[in-house]
Design a protein around this ligand. Sequence first.
Ligand SMILES: NC(=O)c1ccc[n+]([C@@H]2O[C@H](COP(=O)([O-])OP(=O)(O)OC[C@H]3O[C@@H](n4cnc5c(N)ncnc54)[C@H](OP(=O)(O)O)[C@@H]3O)[C@@H](O)[C@H]2O)c1
Length: 256
Amino acid sequence: MVTAMVTGGTSGIGAAFARALAKRGDSLVLVARDQARLDETASSLATEFGIAVETVSADLSNRDDVVRVAALLERETNPIEILVNNAGFGVHTALLAIDTTPHERAFDVMCRTVLMLGASAGRTMRTRGAGTIINVSSTSGYITMGSYSAIKAWVTSYTEGLAVELRGSGVQVTALCPGWVHTEFHSRAGIRESSIPGFLWIDVDRLVDDALRDAEKGKVISIPSARFKFLMFFARHLPRTTIRAISGRISSSRSH
Ligand SMILES: NC(=O)c1ccc[n+]([C@@H]2O[C@H](COP(=O)([O-])OP(=O)(O)OC[C@H]3O[C@@H](n4cnc5c(N)ncnc54)[C@H](OP(=O)(O)O)[C@@H]3O)[C@@H](O)[C@H]2O)c1
């Protein structure tokens, strides 16, 4: 039993990670913006599984908040042995939009935060000779759907780089690349869920179980489900012109 930090641990994939880790007896540090929802999640997990849950209200698009969260990863008492860098959101905004704020916030939450928390966790875990960092990336990183794909391509590539730096240190680093999962992600981003065929949706608990198993096996990239392993094999081998054409069709089909 260890202590795990899950960013975005109050909803969707992060909440499923929190539950799976609580179920096996791990203590939790949950990070998100909405304090009421953090309290509600913490109390329900603590009651159901008898574990300790700390909550940290932080806006991970704000650098000062990220510094505050990073400091927790370096503490010596009650050390954090697992980091799930999960908080994020879809970016359904044109690259040519006059207001680039949504893209900038997405960089801040899904790149800068992942980098800063990964550095703090990686350094501390390397000193202890043990630990696990799971960065929630996406299969979108293999295609070309605007800044979200570019950000997730960065997350996967960054994770591989971190795994290289931490090789032999006892610290496991894994990029989780989910396909489509029913969470609040699509409604928050204004993406029409009905545009995505039913057979492509992955169960969130199954996704998290597969990711934790892959991390335990030492996999650096985890693509849960046979369907998405198969699709991503083609995404890696098809000509980029074909990938761009497919990406354009998916983008135009899912707008409201
Ligand atoms: N759902 C999918 O189909 C899918 C597929 C591939 C990858 N992903 C990735 O999975 C991760 C989790 O997404 P999800 O689908 O579980 O979405 P979700 O249900 O909308 O959950 C997002 C979580 O992140 C937190 N969060 C969002 N912005 C934040 C900020 N600025 N600061 C701190 N916390 C923030 C939210 O809490 P607050 O709002 O309280 O802050 C919430 O707990 C993301 O990185 C996403 O890119 C999702």
